[in-house]
Every structure is written in C-alpha cells, then in structure tokens.
Design a protein around this ligand. Structure first.
Ligand code: M6R
Length: 618
C-alpha cells in the first residue's frame, strides 16, 4: 500500500509528481504529500486525496527541479497531516534536513525508535517512517554521504518496504531503496524518476529499471547508479536491465468510462481473450503454458494447495471444484493470512498455487514462503503483474493478461484468474489421461466462446440497474449459491460490501436452514445464483424456504433454469447453462449489481473507504 514517486529533471517536476500520485492513488488515498528542493526543502502535506494536495500546490505556487511525493494508506498512526509523508529529520541544524517517503512496514521500528530517542531524536508523528528518517539522519551525522547513510540504515530495517530520500543540502538528487515492496526507476530524456508502479512514470518515459530486493539507487538529472545491499553494505555497482514498458497510456486511462471499475468490468471479454490467447491460437492445451518445467512438475503433482486472499481466494475456491472434477486432483484452498500461522502438514508432492492479482499481497507472499519452508517442493503463481515479487518466487507461472487493474474492487482480475485456473484443471486432466481428444476439443471450443459469452452477459446491465435501485436503501443482503457457484456468491457479497458498504453475507444455499434463515424478512434481499446445473432442484427448494418466509428473492438464472417470476421473486435470465464456464459468466451480473448499487448510494466506487488496492502489509 502507499504510492511513492520521485523525480529529478531539467524542468519543474511538480506536475510530474502530481500526475504520478494520481496514478498511484489506487495504492492508498487517505493523505498525500510532497517535498521539492527549491532553496531548501519545501514540503506540502494534506489529509485526503491528491486533489487536495493539488490545491495546496496551486496556492503555494510550488515548483522545483527535484522532489519526492507520496500517497498514503495508514498503517502506523491515523490519517492526519502530522502523519502524512514526507517525514523530516534534521541532522546537523539549519538547512540540513532530510525528507523520507515510505511504503510498507518497518517491523522493528519500536526498538530503533527507543534507541534514537535516547540519542535525543524527537518524534513528531506516530509513523514508523519517521524512524527511517531519523536513522538516516543519525548515520549522516557520522559524516557519511546520503547514499551510504541510506545503505547503512536499511541494513538495520526489518520488514517489507520501499523508500525515497532527499537531502536538503543536495538538490537535484535523491536516493531510493527497496526491500519487499515494489520500486522501479524511469529513465527519461529530460530527467530520471522512481515510482512504486510503472503507470506513474508512463507520462515521462517507457524506459524502466525494476529494482531488486536490497537495491539502493541514487539518481540525478543525467545519471543513476544502483548497488545491492542485501548482503550488507557494498560500493559495487550492479547493472539492471532497462525494460521498455509495454503499458499503453490507454490501459491506465479512464477513456469514456465514469469509473475504473466500470471500465474493468466491460474490459472482461478482451481481458479473458488475451489471457487465453495462446490456447485459442494453438487450439490445444499444453503444460508449457505454465512454464518450461511444467510437464515434469505436473506429472509429480498429487494434490494442490491454493493460497490467496480476498477475491483471489474466491477464484481458488472455484478452482477446487474444477481440479477435483476435471482432473481428479485433490485440492485445498487456504486463506493466506490464516495458513501462514498454522502448523499444516506439508507434502512435497502437493503443488502450491499462489493466486494474486498484484503479486504483492504480503500475506500471500509470506504464506508461499512458509509453504516452501515446510517442504512443499514446487509452486505455481497465477498473477496479473509480470514484474511482481510473486512471479519471481515460484517454479511455474501463468500470467493473467487482464491489463492494469486500477479499481480497488477486483473484477477483470477475477474472471481472468478463473479462466487460468480452468485451464490449469484441464491441463492436469490431460496429463493424467482424463481427457479424451474429443473432450479437449469441446473445452477449447468453450474457452474460445468465453469472451463472447461474457459480452452477452454484460448486456443484462439495464435489468441490473433496476435491481440496484431496490438495493440502495437496504442495510443487509444475503447471497446464495451451491456447488462451484457458492464461491461466486461469496465474491458477489464481497463486491457489494466493499464498494456500497451494504453488509452482505454469502451462504451455501443448503446451509440456510442451519441458521441464516432466521435473518430473512422483507427487508433482507436474497440474491441467488441459479444456473441450470445438477444442483438446481436443490437450490429451488432453498429458494422456496426464503420465499415462504417473506424474503425478497433476486435470482440470476440461466435461460433454461425454469424459475418463474412472481411476487417477491425477481428473475434475470442469462444465456443457457454454460457448463464449465458458468461460474465465470455468473460473476458479471454480481459485479454490475455492486457497481450500480454503489452508484445509487454515491460512494467512491474506485476508492472505497479504508481500503487500498495492493495490500502489501499484514
Ligand atoms: O492482489 P491480490 O489478488 O493478492 O489481492 C487480494 C485481495 O486483497 C483483493 O482481491 C481484494 O479482496 C479486492 N479488493 C477485492 O475486490
């Protein structure tokens, strides 16, 4: 969480910092700040959004040729101006301040704070970041230069973080460091830059250098240098590849849409088509899609353990049904934040599958590490960000090619994860000789049809808008599903609560009479996912139980589900039962419902309160 950008150029860099912060705001948005070198350090900080910072910039006519900036998601200390970044520390009186912005958590901040307090450093904020500032200042007092002081300081810091640092006595220069949180350099013709995410720098350059764990870099207008301090302080420069970013600015612009969530919902047919492109082109399914070693590893795989959080966890829950039914592979799905603190029994032949849109989620990364340390031999990442930490930590990988997902509520990442996991289940089925060639052809044909099926599902939006008006005045909602549509109900409930703030719970419909039925009355809308599958008759009985108790039913049925509309039973019919693809298709109306309810309620769709896109802290 939190976004960092730094810039040093031949022209005023404040517009670049500001535009970069707007691009990074999805990472955290409770306060924002910047510091620029202009006859000393000029700092502006504000609670609230980057637009508030913009107002301050206009008011103070802030400008400069170098600066660092930050948008925050509070971890240590409430959102306030005092806690907003950058944080200062003086190291030898007047005009010798340093300023620090930081993303991540310093786990040993209390120990270091105590030591620095004993050395008379005064702490003004409640943040762990201020510890970094004072620690670097302390090392500067030992007559080190800023770069060396940063190298020395980060050797003491524990946790996952990225930082950018400026020294008042060195305008036109800044230092960055990364350890566990993303950070990259942008090399422009007019200057050099650093940011948490490439999208913040596309405005100035496509030439990017992705920093690795332990890298510390110094930048001025014309040059940059990187050393790696993972093994302690060093002066040896390391070379990192310069990548040309393939991100187009259209991918990160809103275009004709009102919100990124809306854009991302409607991008799903294309996102899924991109994700499946290689399969659809060759018309057959091959393990190589998951990596060069995939066939060997898959042949040794007896079970699967899926680790993920939030929406990605829901994708894993759907995958369990596919893996068991299609491939006959037993599968457990674990919430990463829970798994990492249990004593599970590891099995070297259980393939660990970590699912994450961002590839930065701290709990998922830690759970994967933990699984490996317990003895799981092989791992596979399903991830949307090619340069993420997760991608580098697994033996196998499959990139969902959804394009940047900016709305905090995950939509296209979910459906592309589902498409990838379906592919994984079918690949394992093939390798285990559970797939006849006729069956394989049918599945490839179904996958080929998926983008069109999603396009059709999006056409029900006008009907969803009518439902959304009814939901907007409600305080609670229940979501029901059975079988592999139960996790889809969970995802629908998560979307609704996340962006509309309506309390929503999902239940496996068979569980209703074991407790939650007590909640049902005319004020409790009950959304049911009712595909025409083998469990439909069971689900219909569950729906009767709701109807008989005065519950208002909102049923997402298939065209052939044969559920009649009646008083208190609202039906939206999708296409005919889509077999394996059904959970992916039934996701669309639930996303649209959450989106339109949020619009009705006037909430901030793309930046729901208290949340951030990439959860890089525990
Ligand atoms: O980037 P990840 O997929 O690892 O993120 C996991 C969750 O934080 C994420 O899915 C979250 O639940 C979404 N905001 C839900 O819309």
């Amino acid at each position: 969480m939190c976004g960092i950008i730094g810039a040093v150029a031949k022209d005023n860099i404040v517009p670049v910092l500001l535009e970069g912060l707007l691009r990074l705001e999805y990472r955290g948005y409770d306060s924002a700040g910047l510091v620029v070198a202009n006859y000393g350090l000029q700092r502006l900080r504000t609670i609230g959004r980057v637009t508030e910072l913009d107002k301050l910039i206009v008011k103070h006519k802030t400008n400069g040729l170098s600066g660092i900036a930050h948008t925050r998601w509070a971890t240590h200390g409430a959102p306030s101006e005092r806690n907003a970044h950058p944080h200062y520390s003086d190291y030898s009186g007047q005009d010798s301040k340093i300023a620090v912005v930081h993303n991540g958590i310093i786990e040993n901040h209390e120990v270091i704070r105590k030591r620095l307090q004993e050395l008379d450093f005064k702490f003004i904020s409640d943040t762990d970041t201020e510890v970094i500032a004072h620690l670097i200042a302390f090392n500067l007092r030992q007559a080190l230069n800023l770069f060396d002081a940063v190298c020395l300081s980060i050797a003491e810091l524990q946790g996952a973080y990225a930082v950018a640092v400026m020294d008042e006595t060195k305008p036109g220069y800044f230092v960055v460091a990364r350890n566990g949180a993303p950070l990259l350099l942008g090399l422009g013709t007019n200057g050099n830059y650093a940011a948490s995410d490439a999208s913040a720098l596309l405005q100035v350059t496509k030439n990017m250098v992705y920093l690795e764990e332990g890298d510390v870099a110094e930048l001025d207008c014309d040059s940059y240098r990187i050393v790696n301090c993972l093994q302690g302080k060093t002066t040896e420069t390391v070379q990192r590849t310069v990548h040309t970013s393939k991100l187009s600015s259209a991918a990160i612009d809103l275009g004709p849409y009102a919100h990124f969530m809306q854009k991302e919902i409607f991008e799903q047919p294309g996102a899924v088509a991109n994700t499946l492109e290689m399969v659809l082109n060759v018309q057959s399914i091959s393990p190589i899609l998951f990596g060069n070693n995939a066939e060997k590893i898959f042949l040794q795989t007896r079970n699967i353990l899926i680790l993920a959080c939030g929406t990605s966890y829901h994708a894993g829950l759907v995958a369990r049904y596919w893996l068991e039914t299609n491939a006959g592979v037993s599968c457990t799905v674990e919430i990463a934040s829970e798994y990492r603190y249990r004593d599970p029994i590891a099995d070297p032949e259980t393939l660990v599958v970590a699912i994450s849109q961002s590839g930065e989620t701290a709990d998922t990364l830690a759970a994967l590490e933990y699984a490996k340390s317990l003895g799981h031999r092989y791992s596979l990442a399903i991830c949307n960000v090619a340069e993420s930490a997760l991608i580098r930590q697994t033996d196998l990988r499959f990139l969902t090619r959804a394009g940047p997902e900016i709305g905090v509520a995950s939509t296209k990442a979910f459906t592309t994860q589902l498409a990838s996991l379906l592919l994984l289940s079918v690949t394992l089925a093939k390798i285990r000789h559970k797939l006849s060639s006729g069956h394989e052809d049918k599945i490839v044909a179904a996958l080929r049809h998926l983008p069109t099926a999603l396009q059709l599902a999006l056409q029900i939006e006008p009907q969803i808008k009518i439902w959304a008006k009814k939901f907007a005045s409600k305080h609670h909602a229940l979501f029901l599903g059975r079988g592999l549509h139960y996790p889809i109900a969970m995802e629908g409930a998560l979307k609704l609560k996340e962006i509309s703030y309506i309390h929503a719970e999902a239940y496996a419909a068979g569980e209703l009479k074991h407790g939650p039925l007590a909640l049902v009355d005319s004020d409790m809308p009950v959304v049911a996912i009712a595909p025409n599958d083998l469990l439909l008759s069971k689900l219909k009985s569950n729906l009767q139980e709701v109807h008989a108790r005065g519950g208002e039913l909102y049923v997402l049925a298939d065209a052939d589900s044969c559920i009649p509309q009646s008083d208190g039973v609202h039906i939206i019919r999708l296409v005919e039962y889509a077999g394996l693809l059904s959970p992916i298709i039934h996701t669309i109306p639930l996303q649209l419902l959450a989106y339109h309810v949020a619009l009705q309620k006037g909430t901030d769709v793309d930046k729901p309160r208290n949340l951030a896109k990439a959860v890089t802290v525990e």
